[in-house]
Design a protein around this ligand. Structure first.
Ligand SMILES: NC(=O)c1ccc[n+]([C@@H]2O[C@H](COP(=O)([O-])OP(=O)(O)OC[C@H]3O[C@@H](n4cnc5c(N)ncnc54)[C@H](O)[C@@H]3O)[C@@H](O)[C@H]2O)c1
Ligand SMILES: O=c1ccn([C@@H]2O[C@H](COP(=O)(O)OP(=O)(O)O[C@H]3O[C@H](CO)[C@@H](O)[C@H](O)[C@H]3O)[C@@H](O)[C@H]2O)c(=O)[nH]1
Length: 591
């Protein structure tokens, strides 16, 4: 029997578990949502003002769902109309234009009490890490399921009969079969429904992806109880996702499609990167080629940006998961096909470094090379599988006198610790006798440099501001249509975002609607407060998302560089002509 959903437990408080649970709680104030993790430090951070990960918009959601909110009022009239009516000296506001939103209680909790919270849940989401195996059977390609299976065993021991168990992590196809086996082993005779509900959010846009998903996928057994379980999970999403975007399917298809989606996205990046190599040989222009390709609606214009190759925690491991699956079901040609996507990715990154080295007649000795960007993509401090690290490793072999790194989002201390942990076969950091210096200022990082390499597509590095697509924030979302229960949480959030972007509400800084309650206070010896005091950064990086993104002053950079003042754009974000006029020798991928 499937119970009505009142309590959700999400195991894994990482990049997926934290934001997903936060949105579920935010959009369903009547549900109790608890995120559990065995990493005490992570949970302490989620319960404080120092969130462990940086995602634009995450703080706004956590503050309401975790801390609750005050009752507040707003005028259901766009600012222009409101201003017009008051400037005419008349108050045109009608009674029904004043909207009162009642206070809400906290319904998002973070805890280390894994078993206890699982026991109370109607739905248990498993959102733990599933990296590639580094040893044992399938090392190098199979998925390391130790965390996932470990949690499945804990769930099996504690879940209440009838609880719905959801694979939120990206898992190999047919994992639901082994979860079933684990459940049967620990709780023989008790029926649990297992669902697959893969996550498609991308780093840097996670909150937008979760708020406005293109699709929510739910895989279940196609039995009556399987369908009931699927409907129960769908009811949680239905609080904010239109029904047409909630897709239900059989469970193996759902598990497989997540791997295929990432593999196909990665394949597109490798395809355009292979074309960029051709462009460089024949003298064609990759930007023109990509834009013409993108104008064909059958091809589409997304994911056609050539660069230094894809990074991030998902693409490579999910491709490897596809490859391993194909090998285990004896389809070596299929495995080889997908393996080429990874081969091309590595070729592209290596090619980039070789071209830098060639610009200096194959000798970097006595030179200073600067990398702008360490995170694997813009708007994140996530550095997992970042292409920058592979570039640094290759540059180390060329013995430059300094490899300088600057990233506008990552905490320099965290970058240093990571480099120390990941590069062990030779001295890397300056303090260990190596050439790497991590800076907290872009101009210091570039001063006296012979070559500046753009390795992450941060807006701050663009020579001309990115053409803004109209965002949800750029227009006043009011008036909201009348709803029986007042404005929806999505509407309130869009108003909050809009008001943040309006200069007149700047005095209210992060809370233009006046709905926030105080955040939990830190202990006097809070290590994260200490880190901010000493370095200006939190562990999750430069997390003040409302800080203005000040574009780099490239003129200031060029005067402080050594000839040939090489600027190598690895992400296709600068205007080459403009930069050449400033005095840079410009090199670009695909040109
Ligand atoms: N990061 C992304 O952008 C993204 C997007 C879509 C899907 N995914 C998938 O989601 C899953 C989670 O990824 P992530 O990036 O959130 O990982 P993560 O490493 O950020 O978080 C995983 C969390 O699980 C916790 N954990 C591990 N074992 C545990 C256990 N036995 N008990 C309790 N907690 C445990 C860890 O402490 C960690 O906090 C992966 O399968 C990944 O492939 C990730
Ligand atoms: O045209 C492009 C697009 C992307 N990239 C690179 O590809 C990588 C991945 O980018 P992106 O997909 O935007 O970020 P991820 O956070 O890795 O998100 C992917 O991986 C997640 C984890 O599974 C999925 O949920 C998302 O749907 C999927 O987009 C980054 O290094 C990008 O710089 C390019 O080089 N060119």
């Amino acid at each position: 029997m499937i119970r009505p959903v009142t309590n959700i437990c999400c195991v894994g408080a990482g990049y997926v578990g934290g934001p997903t649970a936060a949105i579920m709680a935010y959009q369903n104030p009547h549900l109790r949502v608890t995120v559990v993790d065995n990493n005490e430090q992570r949970i302490r951070r989620w319960n404080s003002e120092h969130l462990p990960i940086y995602e634009p918009g995450l703080g706004d959601i956590v503050r309401i769902a975790r801390d609750g909110s005050r009752q507040f009022q707003f005028t259901n009239k766009p600012i222009d109309q409101h201003q017009q009516s008051t400037s005419l000296g008349q108050n045109f506001l009608q009674h029904d234009e004043q909207v009162t939103v009642p206070a809400r209680s906290p319904n998002l909790f973070f805890s280390t009490q894994v078993g206890e919270c699982i026991r109370e849940a109607d739905i248990v989401l498993i959102a733990v890490n599933t990296p590639s195996r580094t040893k044992g059977v399938g090392a190098g390609s199979a998925t390391n399921m130790s965390s996932f299976n470990g949690v499945a065993r804990v769930v099996a021991q504690h879940a209440r009969p009838g609880a719905i168990i959801v694979e939120k992590s990206t898992v190999p196809c047919m994992t639901s079969k082994s979860v079933k086996r684990i459940l049967a082993l620990y709780r023989p005779g008790i029926h649990f429904e297992i669902l697959s509900n893969p996550e498609f959010l991308a780093a840097g846009s996670a909150m937008k992806d979760l708020m406005y998903p293109e699709r929510v996928l739910i895989g279940s057994e196609l039995t009556p109880t399987g369908r009931l379980a699927s409907a129960a999970l769908a009811s949680v999403y239905a609080a904010w996702v239109p029904p047409s975007r909630i897709i239900t399917v059989d469970i193996f298809s759902s598990e497989l499609v997540k791997l295929v989606a990432n593999s196909m996205l990665a394949q597109r990046v490798s395809s355009i990167n292979s074309v960029s190599a051709l462009c460089e040989k024949v003298g064609a222009d990759i930007d023109a080629v990509a834009s013409i390709l993108g104008a064909d609606s059958r091809i589409g214009d997304k994911f056609l940006k050539a660069g230094i190759g894809f990074g991030g925690s998902c693409f490579k491991k999910d491709l490897l998961g596809m490859i391993y699956l194909a090998e285990t079901v004896h389809l070596p040609e299929v495995a080889e096909y997908w393996r080429q996507v990874i081969v091309m990715n590595e070729f592209q990154r290596d090619r980039f470094v070789r071209r830098v080295v060639a610009c200096f007649d194959n000798c970097l000795a006595s030179l200073k090379i600067t990398l702008l960007g360490y995170a694997f993509k813009a708007n994140t401090s996530d550095t997992r599988e970042t292409p920058a690290l592979g570039i640094i490793k290759m540059l180390l072999h060329e013995d430059p006198v300094e490899i300088a790194i600057f990233d506008p989002c990552c905490n320099p201390e965290v970058v240093k610790a990571e480099i120390k942990a990941l590069i062990q076969d030779e001295p890397a950091l300056k303090e260990d006798g190596g050439p790497i210096v991590v800076y907290s200022d872009a101009y210091d990082a570039c001063a006296g440099s012979d070559a500046v390499l753009i390795t992450t597509d941060f807006d701050e590095f663009r020579s001309t501001p990115k053409e803004g697509e109209p965002t949800a924030e750029s227009a006043d979302p009011r008036p909201f249509p009348p709803h029986l229960h007042g404005p929806t949480e999505t509407e309130i959030l869009s108003l909050h975002k809009y008001l943040l972007s309006v200069p007149s509400s700047a005095d209210k800084i992060d809370d233009p609607l006046g709905r926030y309650l105080p955040e939990p206070a830190c202990e006097s010896n809070c290590p994260d407060c200490g880190l901010i005091k000493t370095s200006g950064y939190s562990t999750a990086g430069n997390t003040d998302e409302n800080r203005p993104k000040i574009p780099l002053d490239w003129q200031r950079i060029v005067v402080d560089m050594n000839p040939p003042k090489l600027l190598f754009d690895g992400k296709g974000i600068i205007d080459a002509e403009e930069m050449s006029e400033l005095g840079f020798q410009v090199e670009r991928i695909g040109h």
